[in-house]
Write a protein of this length. Structure first.
Length: 163
């Protein structure tokens, strides 16, 4: 899991690297958890920040039923501690599970090419196919830019076209 962050966002067609994240309950989430279904990884800078709050709220409102009907999983990922992420998710009232890249800080974000030198993930979307390979990826031009739900629909269409 020593991807070079300067190489940039992980590209479509790339097998997902080995990584370890922590679920809200403390259990590990790894590459093996991605196999067998389409998964959207939502990398965001900070729990409780205004754009992150808007982003997860928007995705919950617009996408939750759509994704559930299609068997697509979505996870939020930040370098915040899992307790902060749990409080964030609960305060927002969203069901999107949160994964912590807190220790070692940013290791998974580096593996996906989204770690910002300021110590947080870039705002990025990575769609992983059932084969645990990246099917589509997008990084916002700046951490303050909110990727709209339309980008996820575009990404899922690209995944469907690839299948």
């Amino acid at each position: 899991m020593t991807a070079d962050a300067s190489a940039g966002l992980i590209a479509p067609g790339t097998p997902v690297p080995e990584f370890r994240l922590q679920r809200e309950d403390g259990r590990e989430f790894t590459r093996a958890d991605l196999k067998g279904q389409t998964t959207i990884l939502v990398f965001y800078p900070f729990a409780f920040s205004p754009v992150c709050t808007d982003q997860l709220g928007l995705y919950e409102d617009v996408l939750s039923d759509y994704l559930e009907q299609r068997g697509v999983a979505m996870y939020g990922i930040s370098c915040d501690a899992r307790w902060s992420q749990t409080a964030f998710r609960e305060k927002l009232g969203v069901a999107i599970p949160q994964l912590s890249d807190f220790e070692p800080k940013g290791a998974a974000c580096r593996a996906f090419g989204v770690y910002h030198p300021g110590g947080f993930p870039q705002r990025a979307l990575v769609i992983v196919g059932p084969d645990a390979a990246v099917a589509w990826s997008y990084q916002a031009p700046a951490p303050t830019d909110l990727p709209g739900a339309n980008l996820i629909f575009d990404g899922l269409a690209a995944v469907a076209a690839r299948a």
